[in-house]
Ligand binder design. Sequence first.
Ligand SMILES: O=C(O)CCC(=O)C(=O)O
Ligand SMILES: [Fe+2]
Length: 313
Amino acid sequence: MESQTVSQPEFPLFDFCNPKLKPGSDEWASTCKAVREALEDHGAFLVLYNKVDDSIYDSSRQLFDLSTEAKMRQTSDKPAHGYVGRTIASPLFQSHAVDNPSSLQDCQKFARILWPSGNDFFCEAVNAYAKGLVELDQMLKRMVCESYGINTQKCESFLESIRYVLRFYKYFPTQTDEGEPGVLPHPDTTLFTILHQDTEGLEVQNKHDQWVRLEVSPSLFCVVAGDAISVWSNDRICPRYHQVMVKTKTRPRYSIGLLSYAGQDMSPPEELVDDQHPLRYKQFNHYQYLSAIATREGLRSDYQHRLKEFCGV
Ligand SMILES: O=C(O)CCC(=O)C(=O)O
Ligand SMILES: [Fe+2]
């Protein structure tokens, strides 16, 4: 695989700060189509969005400054929803996740496990940030449904069933001059992942197998398609490989992702199954998929075939 790094305009960019972008407007209809095409052609795109506050990184620092013992306490019984510490394979990487962060109560539940007397500052910041990003995620998925002509009621019940996780990442600085992998190339298991970074490092693979290194801005987000959106779209949208290449030598890199999961068993909607697109997947249970990946070595490492092996027709 070629691994030349190219500049960013490779991926479509959508301005969601634009107040004219309202359902029903001409702008909305053309953006629905363009978002769907971006997902089909690239599996990723960039978004400008200003409804969330960059000060969330203060909360992220508080979280990672806790002792390893505190961070390792169990906060969720769902698979792949907890703390991930540094390993020999990923020595710079650490991550932690808040399940259902758009509920203030669930933020408080998480915080009380890590800080015995709670942490109102953390809970309020995380909850506000997650609500802003969930709004973006729901708008994007609604646009994709609209562009595919999915029945409105079916679209709304799909949106309601989605479960969210806000995942925090911290990468230690590298000692090398050439940079060091923070996360090796992989696709996510999600429907979508919406990523933000406070320091450069995120690289997304383009159609020509080149790595595109993304710029940093408080309002710049990257949406990447995960495995589960292949099921929903009946393979019209494919997961996009991405990686983190750490080049900072002085301070840690922080990033944040809003991860979306199907909260109910899911099959492609009938609008996306036809003669040219025969049904490619059996009914899909997202949490069973996460468990299977966590426990079955074959599925964990085989990014290209794991979804088909799990639920392909
Ligand atoms: O830190 C980032 O920007 C991305 C992390 C990531 O892709 C992952 O852990 O799945
Ligand atoms: Fe990822």
